[in-house]
Design a protein around this ligand. Structure first.
Ligand SMILES: [Zn+2]
Ligand SMILES: [Zn+2]
Length: 277
């Protein structure tokens, strides 16, 4: 997990102020494009300021629901859980340009929010959540059943290794089946699988495609927008390794996002120019 030296905390480094300092234009969001044989990137730009405003809103309202909406009373959307056992989460903001030259802002949280993939106002995942559930639920049940079987067996029992192997194989098969549901789009109008986007040789870590940046770029493609700038920050209790702190900016992660972003950003520059950006 890498964090660049440009990363600046906006909670705590200036007493009484939770807003980030002036935007910096380092390339936070980047990746190597195999088809263009060069890197594509987005600056942090104005998204940084908008991310600060989102941070303030989450702090003030205590919910990820739109202020004043009926969903604001939904306890599943409260931010309190981010400070508890579940720990915090990354949030991302993407500044976009529409074909008519207007600015649009897209928002995302990483992974699921309290078990939900779809929350109004937030970028959806890069797969059909209903299809995901249809595969994941029975799969997880089987993996769990083998887990309890394993817990009941003494490790010296000859069956122990067999069950352990079956469980490992089953969870690998489940991950492959779930990964096959992802559709990774780019700004050239292309659409590929996770393997197509990262290449055959690359590994696919758990959670690949579920971070803020891929979700945001996917939604920008779906809405025919051109991405301009992107910023991500962490909100809530630090992750286990401590490399994510409440109120700090981080670039998209190097293990899961970097391998995807080169493909996803392909064609973004041309579209931005076509829209007069
Ligand atoms: Zn990531
Ligand atoms: Zn390219």
């Amino acid at each position: 997990m890498t964090t660049s030296i440009h990363d600046t905390c906006f909670a705590g480094n200036r007493p009484g102020q939770s807003r980030p300092p002036a935007p910096e234009n380092h390339s936070a969001c980047r990746g190597w494009c195999r088809s263009c044989s060069r890197e594509h990137s987005l600056p942090t730009g104005r998204a940084r300021e908008q991310a600060g405003a989102l941070f303030d809103r989450l702090t003030r309202t205590g919910t990820i629901a739109a202020p004043g909406s009926a969903a604001a009373a939904d306890p599943r959307l409260a931010t309190a859980s981010l400070f508890g056992k579940a720990r915090g989460k990354m949030f991302g903001v993407l500044e976009c340009l529409a074909a008519d030259g207007t600015c649009q802002w897209l928002f995302a949280f990483s992974g699921q929010y309290n078990g939900q993939w779809l929350v109004p106002g937030w970028a959806p995942p890069l797969f059909d959540p209903a299809a995901y559930q249809r595969i994941n639920e029975p799969g997880e049940r089987q993996v769990k059943a083998l887990g309890s079987q394993l817990a009941a067996l003494p490790a010296s029992e000859p069956d122990y290794r067999k069950v352990a192997q079956a469980r490992r194989r089953l969870s690998q098969e489940l991950m492959v089946a779930l990964h096959e549901l992802y559709r990774i789009p780019n700004f050239r109008g292309e659409d590929t699988s996770l393997t197509g986007a990262v290449g055959d040789a690359a590994g696919k870590p758990t959670g690949i495609g579920d971070c803020c940046a891929p979700k945001l770029l996917g939604q920008a493609v779906a809405r025919k927008l051109a991405p301009i700038s992107l910023a991500e920050f962490y909100f809530g209790r630090s992750n286990r390794s401590g490399c994510r702190q409440h109120g700090c900016f981080y670039p998209p992660c190097s293990d899961k996002c970097l391998p995807l972003l080169g493909f996803m950003l392909c064609g973004a520059e041309e579209r931005r120019n076509a829209y007069g950006g």
